[in-house]
Design a protein around this ligand. Sequence first.
Ligand code: DP6
Length: 324
Amino acid sequence: MRVAVATACANIALVKYWGKRDAALNTPAAGSLSLTLDRLRTFTTVERIDANADALVLDGVAVEGKALARITKFVDLVRGDDPARVRVTSLNTFPTAAGLASSASAFAALAVATADAFERTLTPTELSVLARRGSGSAARSVFGGWAKMNAGAAPDGSDAAAEPLEIGVELAAAIAVANAGEKDVGSTDGMELTRETSPYHAAWIETVERDLPTAIEAARAEDLDRLATIVEGNCLAMHANAMAARPGILYFGPSTLWAIDVVRKLRAAGTPVFFTIDAGPHVVAFTPPAHLDAVAEALIDHPEIATVLTSQMGEGAHAIEAMP
Ligand code: DP6
């Protein structure tokens, strides 16, 4: 074993993953499409420790309980029968668990670092499959830029992996981070409850299957108007589906509706920009880099928006020499 360090960027989905095919293998019921963002980054070290149990240090704080159990279960996938226990030390450059895709960068970095620590050589597809076992969205963060997640069909989940897409259009993101802290319903529980109880779930999965190829087509054609309609429609359909669960899941906060309105008004006035929202109140506005500052400035002016993070497209997960 060796000490292994890796970094990965989070990603934000333009066509969303919300529903699993198999919860044990963590395979998605449908594909998804995302952009990897360099501002939302995780750095992770995996090293052997002389102990009976694994340890987790997240942003400088030792963490136990459910979060550590999730890490141990993940490391077991690589460790197999090896009795070695590890310490996972992880740093995020953005707020954790506020619905800002922290599990995507976390498990993509952890996949790279764990494979490296146990001296296993994996192909990019195998790394994506491994990252998916930790978190579905992490499969996409193995790759930089545009990434497409394939739902796959193999019973063992070996083809439920992401792949990078060659798409010429550059988009940057302005992320309007709401004041709210940790979300009440995490995405794993939220999507399971939605699958079990929402009367709209089958229609949602069909919507994703239609949106995925058309979004890719619109992006390839650099047709941002068409992409805006698909991406915003897909996001609102995901939230409509979650809202229709019992009990209903509502991720929007007061600043969410305000920011949606800001984005749509900017677009109506001629700025190429569109929004998406993950499992939290934060609105992510995508726009070509030339418009980023103006979009970010328009989004700051709300009492419940703490900050607006701006990001360019990011690189794929990879090993690095040392933590920052
Ligand atoms: C709304 O990847 O966090 O961000 O596989 O259970 O860990 P698990 O779920 P996760 O869900 C992401 C949900 C989303 C949409 C997306 O990223 O596609």
